[in-house]
Design a protein around this ligand. Structure first.
Ligand code: TYD
Length: 220
């Protein structure tokens, strides 16, 4: 018997691109289509990952060296892939994940300036070289995204503002990196213009994912 093969769909984009809300809309729509969906996020996704998340994202936690930041993001991913993502895919689920290694390439690589080759090596050695079947990139210019994200953080309880505190040029490098990654893998990426109202972004995301999945599930 051929084992079931799930699909691994990752949502990427800069801060304030609206990934969280687009992912929630996609999860709801796919579940309504009768699919078995698991929603998860990075950094986080496991109890250990959530502890690392609060250490890494706290604005008060800016004592981390960029090398430590890369290793901790990767450590959270190792736990997440081995304990959550791999088993869900093996059970045939559609896994929707908010951020993955593309964020490490964009933030720690292009943002912080660490070598992309090092990030890819760590991913190959420790994360079994697991890559998304599909990446949904929500693209918005850095100033607009950052403005949205800072407004949201101002009203939030959690102290998760470490990256939002970085300057605009950092976030412009992050955006450029996501677009470069999309251009390098055009068959496995859908780029959505996330500038417009959230409702229309959510509708675009749901219809693009439904179209991709119906083709992908038909061809096996
Ligand atoms: P997230 O919760 O997705 O924030 P937002 O909703 O504002 O987009 O991600 C938290 C932050 O973590 C975000 O600023 C990007 C950063 N990050 C990295 O720097 N590297 C990584 O590998 C990941 C997964 C996230």
């Amino acid at each position: 018997m051929v084992p079931p093969r799930g699909r691994f769909i990752v949502f990427e984009g800069g801060d304030g691109a609206g990934k969280g809300s687009a992912l929630a809309a996609a999860a709801e729509a796919l579940a309504a289509d009768g699919l078995d969906v698991l929603s998860t996020r990075e950094p986080g996704g496991t109890a250990e990952g959530l502890e690392l998340r609060s250490l890494l994202l706290s604005a008060a936690g800016s004592v981390w060296d960029q090398g430590s930041e890369l290793l901790l993001m990767t450590a959270a991913r190792v736990q997440h892939v081995k304990r959550v993502i791999r088993p869900a895919l093996a059970a045939g689920k559609i896994v929707l994940c908010d951020r993955f290694v593309g964020s490490t390439i964009a933030y720690q690589g292009s943002g912080r300036g660490l070598p992309h080759s090092l990030i890819r090596d760590l991913h190959r050695i420790f994360v079994d070289d697991v890559w998304p079947d599909l990446t949904v990139l929500l693209d918005v210019d850095a100033a607009t995204g950052l403005g949205r994200s800072r407004r949201r953080l101002a009203g939030a309880e959690a102290d998760e503002g470490r990256f939002e505190a970085l300057d605009l040029s950092f976030h412009e490098r992050v955006r450029a990196s996501f677009l470069e990654q999309a251009a390098d893998a055009p068959d496995a990426t859908i780029v959505i213009d996330a500038t417009g109202p959230l409702d229309s972004v959510r509708r675009d995301v749901v219809s693009e994912i439904r179209a991709w999945l119906s083709a992908s599930l038909t061809t096996g």
